[in-house]
Design a protein around this ligand. Sequence first.
Ligand SMILES: [Zn+2]
Length: 312
Amino acid sequence: MSVLSRPEFHDEEAAFAHLEKIVWAGEAVCPHCGGTDRITKVKANPAKRIREGLWRCGDCKRQFTVKIGTVFEHMRIPLHKALQAVYLMTSSKKGISAHQLHRILEITYKSAWFLCHRIREAMASGDMTPFGGLGGVVESDETYIGREPGMKMRPGVFHKMKVLSLVERGSGNVRSYVLDTVRLKEIEPIVRGNVHKLSTLMTDDAKHYQTIGRYFYRHEAVNHTALEFGRGKAHTNTIEGYFSIFKRGMRGVYQHCQKKHLHRYLAEFDFRYTHREAAGYNDGDRSVQAIKGIIGKRLTYRRTYIGAEAGL
Ligand SMILES: [Zn+2]
């Protein structure tokens, strides 16, 4: 027996029951009228093309499944395969490619690609609660990856795509943003918007942090150029560890990432790091957390992907 031999990964009825348990927490809710009292299950019947997971609301007489209003709405591949994909994506530290999912799940590459993005959308937290606070320490740093669209390759990092990440020390929560430039006017609002002003901000000695640092209770800058790596607690090792996981994953699994999709890959790496083993999450918990994230993301999902899916 392996984890992947659980019924929800093979049996469509069990898959729906699993998703319903997480999304509805035990009580079916009609997405059309919000009713909960007169809901009955519609028995699946392949001969009459009645699929698994269908419910009927006695108040508004309409039918629905638990997928309505989530990123899985309109998804054509079987739910048990989608749940396997969630498990595989959340349990492998560096992620899993759409090519690999296409082979493992025996679905088309195109379906696998969209499934990956659906799951990434579920992983995006959208939480804007400021990091840190009194006594809290937050590390902020930038990294460079791939190539900025239309830029020529040249020595240095100028032609690369730019990423800003913030890590809250202790909890290890991470939030990352795609930047167009590493200028003060772009970085300052992100750092100030995500970090509580009573925090200690830990950065390198980049010039923009001299200005941004003044808005916080304390600011410590590590002088990388002078090889002064970390004086005691003044270091940015946490964020550098995160960047190295992100870069190894992007290099190994996702070779070609366009800038317009970079924020989704970042959401995936942020999610896995925030819910990592050291923060008390095992593979199963992480998978449940990702599934919880599918709720209420339909609008974002539709806006972002349905057009793209049609235009492929
Ligand atoms: Zn209803």
